[in-house]
Ligand binder design. Structure first.
Ligand code: FES
Ligand code: FES
Length: 160
């Protein structure tokens, strides 16, 4: 990942200059309304649901509770940047499809990125580990079991 100067951001591998005005914005608003990266969703808006989760230096962060200024100089990944540039899906995204882990899809970007960060660090997780890893991301549709199945199915792709 490219590094960014203190006044810049790298988002999905693309370096951006951030104006003084934009630095004061909510990160979620900036992503969705200024950069048209609408994968991160606005659910609760108070840091409680995980729908707005993105990755900052591969760690999950709730964009609704973060100012742009707080992430200057860091590398951000949104769901739009997870898949390879050739247009295919990331193995974790494919696993979500294969296991029926998406219904309305509102939680899915945050769920996938949370799981991605987890699997980068824990590529051989137990079912309990996976359940704990997504325990702060809410899904009103699936009952979670298919999501856990998908994450477990994708885990081998994270093993070197
Ligand atoms: S919208 Fe950010 S945690 Fe719910
Ligand atoms: S699929 Fe609808 S909220 Fe999770």
């Amino acid at each position: 990942m490219k590094s960014a100067a203190a006044h810049d951001l790298v988002i999905n591998g693309r370096s951006l200059r951030v104006s003084a005005r934009d630095r004061r914005k909510s990160l979620l608003t900036y992503l969705r309304e200024d950069l048209d990266l609408t994968g991160a969703k606005r659910g609760c808006g108070i840091g409680a649901c995980g729908a707005c989760t993105i990755l900052v230096d591969n760690k999950p962060l709730r964009a609704c509770r973060t100012l742009v200024a707080d992430v200057l100089g860091h590398g951000l990944t949104t769901i739009e940047g997870l898949a390879p540039a050739d247009g295919g899906l990331h193995p974790l995204q494919q696993a979500f499809i294969d296991h029926g882990a998406i219904q309305c899809g509102f939680c899915t970007p945050g769920m996938v990125l949370t799981a991605h960060a987890f699997l980068l660090k824990h590529p051989e997780p137990s079912r309990v580990d996976v359940r704990k890893s997504i325990s702060a991301n809410l899904c009103r549709c699936t009952g979670y079991q298919q999501i856990i199945d998908a994450i477990l199915a994708a885990a081998p792709s994270y093993r070197k």
